[in-house]
Design a protein around this ligand. Structure first.
Ligand code: AMP
Ligand code: MG
Length: 417
């Protein structure tokens, strides 16, 4: 733990992320679902192709299937997609062929129709076709018995296309995670409450809705427990309910110094909990723990209450942890792609915490990747966050940056976009 907590007593983002990932065991329960519903789910059992793809040699073009090399060919019939030519071509013979239609027996090349002239049944062409030209070979994409996608893959649209092409109608995936979500704070009011009914200092419970949207994109089933006042008894009830009904609980608010005390007492009573001070800006306080139950345990992630901090810590720490929990293999759990971009404005920064500033990155007229920070960089400033498309990641030990400096940016990916 010594290298995890550097001189200012804060735990680095990287160390925190690694500790979370290392301490989590993926769920193992699976379910069989229709392929059409599998996008975003994690494959749990191998899928082997029952056939070759393409299933037979077929044409890449609309044109003529030819047997051998010849000055002219005699047209014998046609092979259309779904209606193959029944016979066998001899040298000097041809059939009409459409894209995707089976190459007739005996044919060894396809000439595209733009190069052909047909007079009666005699076919000539402006240039000869080479052997094998425009033929898509049986099995050149996938061969029978081949593994289509690896176990642990997060199923994406290209996977669906491949599996469907191989005729796979159902897949075995890891079950969805069950999330419990709640907010803590006396000042919080659920959205839908008329603004006129907000008391002095009250605010809308925005975190829960934003976190709900993010968790939905991670395919979790969400138990939304609502918002709770800073009352240990009520929070205790909520945590017990969450523990009994979910794989993990996400809370926001109530984990900063002072407030954390009773959350801590409640959580320590129910399980093990650790309050971390992270070298991350925004988002210093963070709680992680486990609440044991008869059939396993429920993980606890306590996010800071400040809205930008809550989402940043979710994105940087909790999402990688949840990806591990839902069985996504390491290869499919790569961190977000980072780019280098040239700063369009200066940034003030004190060394000590990794700063995830909210910025907008794009290619300028000269094709150079540039980035400008958006809005005041406060952990409560949502308008700037909402107009951003990336984090500007400023390293922990770094200080101020000047206009024109090259910095690292992380374009938002799911579940932020
Ligand atoms: P806390 O972490 O409870 O100290 O809260 C830090 C800041 O975040 C305070 O300004 C809270 O009002 C605000 N906050 C806490 N929970 C939420 C929430 N669910 N939605 C929006 N803001 C919140
Ligand atoms: Mg609070």
């Amino acid at each position: 733990m010594s290298d995890a907590c550097a001189e200012n007593g804060l735990r680095s983002v990287e160390a925190a992320k690694q500790m979370l990932i290392d301490s989590i065991n993926p769920i193992t329960e699976t379910e069989i679902i229709p392929l059409s519903q599998a996008c975003g789910r994690v494959l749990a059992a191998p899928v082997l192709s029952a056939l070759n793809l393409p299933p037979c040699d077929n044409s890449a073009m609309d044109g003529y299937a030819l047997c051998g090399e010849s000055e002219r060919y005699t047209l014998m019939g046609k092979s259309l997609a779904g209606h193959p030519f029944a016979g066998t071509l001899e040298p000097g013979q041809a059939t009409r062929i459409t894209t995707g239609a089976a190459v007739p027996a005996g044919a060894d090349r396809v000439q595209m129709q733009e190069n052909c002239t047909l007079e009666g049944d005699q076919l000539t062409m402006s240039r000869p076709a080479k052997p094998g030209e425009n033929i898509r070979r049986r099995g050149e994409d996938v061969h029978t018995g081949q593994s289509l996608i690896p176990v642990g893959a997060k199923i994406k649209v290209p996977h669906i296309a491949l599996l469907a092409a191989a005729g796979v109608a159902e897949v075995t995936v890891l079950r969805k995670l069950k999330a419990a979500l709640l907010s803590i704070g006396d000042e919080l009011k659920p959205i839908g409450t008329p603004a006129s009914e907000l008391g002095d200092g009250d605010i809308y419970d925005s975190n829960r809705i934003a976190l709900y949207a993010a968790l939905e994109q991670l395919d979790a089933d969400i138990l939304d427990l609502g918002c709770y006042p800073d009352q240990p008894e009520e929070i205790r009830e909520a945590f017990i309910h969450a523990r009994n009904n979910a794989d993990f609980v996400i809370t926001s608010g109530g984990v900063s110094v002072g407030e954390a005390d009773y959350t801590k007492t409640v959580l320590q009573e129910l399980g093990e909990i650790d309050f971390w001070k992270l070298a991350i800006k925004p988002g210093k306080p963070f709680a992680f723990g486990r609440l044991p139950k008869t059939n396993g345990e429920t993980l606890f992630f306590g996010l800071p209450g400040n809205p930008v901090s809550a989402i940043v810590t979710l994105y940087q720490l909790v999402v990688p942890a949840l990806e591990k929990l839902r069985g996504t293999s390491e290869q499919y759990r790569q961190p977000p792609v980072q780019l280098r971009a040239r700063l369009l404005n200066g940034i003030r920064k004190k060394p000590g915490r990794t700063d995830y500033q909210r910025g907008f990155t794009y290619r300028d007229g000269d094709g150079i990747q540039v980035v400008e920070t958006r809005g005041i960089q406060g952990s409560h400033i949502l308008s700037g966050f909402a107009s951003a498309n990336c984090f500007v990641v400023l390293p922990r030990e770094g200080g101020d940056c000047e206009t024109g400096d090259w910095v690292t940016v992380e374009p938002f990916t799911a579940p932020l976009k």
